[in-house]
Design a protein around this ligand. Sequence first.
Ligand SMILES: *[C@@H]1O[C@H](CO)[C@@H](O)[C@H](O)[C@H]1NC(C)=O
Ligand SMILES: *[C@@H]1O[C@H](CO)[C@@H](O)[C@H](O)[C@H]1NC(C)=O
Ligand SMILES: *[C@@H]1O[C@H](CO)[C@@H](O)[C@H](O)[C@H]1NC(C)=O
Ligand SMILES: *[C@@H]1O[C@H](CO)[C@@H](O)[C@H](O)[C@H]1NC(C)=O
Ligand SMILES: *[C@@H]1O[C@H](CO)[C@@H](O)[C@H](O)[C@H]1NC(C)=O
Ligand SMILES: CC(=O)N[C@H]1CO[C@H](CO)[C@@H](O)[C@@H]1O
Length: 581
Amino acid sequence: MKPLGALATALHVLLRASLSQALSSADSAFPPLLDATLADLRFGLDNNHFTSVDLVQAYIDRISEVNPDLKAVTEINPDALSIALERDTERRAGIDPAKQPLHGIPILLKNNIATDDEMNNTAGSYALLGARVPHDSTIASKLRKAGAIILGKANLSQWAASREVVLHEGWSAHGGQAVGAYFPKQNPRGSSSGSAIAASLGLAWAAVGTDTGGSILMPGHANNVVGFRPTVGLTSRYLVIPYSLRQDTVGTLTRTVKDAAYLMQAMAGPDKRDNYTDAIPFDTIPDYVAACSNSGLKGKRLGVSRNTMAADIDPSANTDPEAFEKALDVLRAAGAEIIDNIDLPCNNAPTDQTKGRRSNPASDNSLAAAMAAIFAIVGADFLSSLPEKYLSLLKVNPNNITSVRDLRNFTRDDPQEGFPRFDTTAWDTFLKLGLTNTDPTYWSNVTAATEFLGPQCFTGALEKYKLDAMVHPTPYSVVMAAGLGLPVVSVPLGRAPDDSPIVPSDRGKLMLSAPNGPFGIAFSGPAFSEEKLFAMAYDFEQRTNVRTSIKPFIAPTTELAHVVRKRCLRDLRGACGKEFK
Ligand SMILES: *[C@@H]1O[C@H](CO)[C@@H](O)[C@H](O)[C@H]1NC(C)=O
Ligand SMILES: *[C@@H]1O[C@H](CO)[C@@H](O)[C@H](O)[C@H]1NC(C)=O
Ligand SMILES: *[C@@H]1O[C@H](CO)[C@@H](O)[C@H](O)[C@H]1NC(C)=O
Ligand SMILES: *[C@@H]1O[C@H](CO)[C@@H](O)[C@H](O)[C@H]1NC(C)=O
Ligand SMILES: *[C@@H]1O[C@H](CO)[C@@H](O)[C@H](O)[C@H]1NC(C)=O
Ligand SMILES: CC(=O)N[C@H]1CO[C@H](CO)[C@@H](O)[C@@H]1O
């Protein structure tokens, strides 16, 4: 080795040593990304401990580590790093954090929420690969205004679980099979599967999902994150690939309740392009972040329905009765009043109506009828919503798909779509019924189902017992809220014990439940009661703090320290050092 080279090497070693010393003393400046909250990330960015470019790079590296196994993310925004650089420049020039609370913060969107950029929006299909929208969805545009960086698209059950009657949860033709991180081959539940996995493993700060019949709540419950399903109409669905305009709602998957509040705050609000938002009863959206209070449960009246919980609704529910009873004690200790043993006639409900399960229909004819009605309603909605609210708005529609009939045809013909192993039985049924949302039969179905689930059941009980909300293990909160368009928040409650059974699904390709499988508790309230739901969920979360005690068996190892160290070694001109003083 030449002397000069040796000197350079020695210098480099010295520099590396002092740098890694500086970095290790600054380790507290780097929040662990598995659990980092918005406040953690904001603090680091605002105090120049790291940049948005670092953060985006760290998340991209984390995605590359786990995505070959978990397939949580379908695309990374090719512009994410350059957008991050712009945010870093803006931050140096000074920003107003009140106006841009998400400034420089990377998030993922479910792959049915359109962005007018280089990314595809396909609902996981090849049918819409290469399609272009005329502009951003309202949600994407609001998030950009709040300063967020749209990092990429999250995998989902294809077409938000509308394609098959017996679902392949978390699978899409274009994104592959998404898998949960808490036990081998974990069925991640759906349809916002990738959003939940990504939020849980810190592949982004948080993720946006959609819920038609449990599609935020079930993956939130199964992946140890907070799933927030707002009232239908609180968030715009403009340029979100629809399933049912009556039931679709855009919500959040986050690691904490307060982060859900931040994200909801940025997304909620009226939009003249989605007239369901006309139903918003406030002039200004309540301050959901301020609602997160340590006395949020004090004086609240919470109903519990044992007959609902007695229904054997789902072998994967992983609901531990003991954990739920302990949760009730926590709620009581926090000053809530539990009104127990409320008889809800609409029990025995399946977890996800889109699955078309009719559990024990013989034991409850009204429920069977309501479920059949809902299946007919969402099917009719899909036939009209998809062409009217999405396909007809496309600027580029590469496969000329203009109807559900075209879509079914494409899906059965294109070998990449995996037919017939992945079938089209739900669409087949919708097309065969041929019901549209102008048909009188459609409206009689709507009336029958909402009467039964609402006044005769859930909203009836809320009023009769003057409840602020009902509280149940998450899977039991899905159907009533979905059918009625009501809000629910699911908070992590526990994990299946080490001796719990392994329950396979999808012909053994995935496991529905197994030891370490997370489960959640849900607060469900009346329309537009989000502010109260945040208060209660936050208080409960602060008192229990379950999420961080449940560990994924597979998780990325890249942290901000690695990314910053690499950047500093690349750029030895001194710009780096001051970040570690
Ligand atoms: C979107 O799809 C097109 C067509 O397959 C592909 O060329 C492009 O790379 C995709 N975009 C991203 C960001 O992956
Ligand atoms: C939205 O507008 C359509 C007509 O474009 C109308 O049929 C429908 O009732 C409206 N929905 C709401 C919730 O206002
Ligand atoms: C779609 O329609 C256009 C115009 O009619 C036609 O040129 C094109 O070949 C069609 N594409 C496909 C994939 O059918
Ligand atoms: C789909 O449409 C094409 C062209 O119209 C037709 O040849 C084909 O048989 C159809 N496939 C199915 C499964 O209906
Ligand atoms: C619901 O729709 C189905 C399918 O069209 C129909 O057979 C049934 O009678 C309807 N139910 C009600 C209560 O209108
Ligand atoms: C970002 C990423 O890793 N995308 C992958 C998602 O899964 C599909 C199907 O396996 C791959 O083709 C993508 O490259």
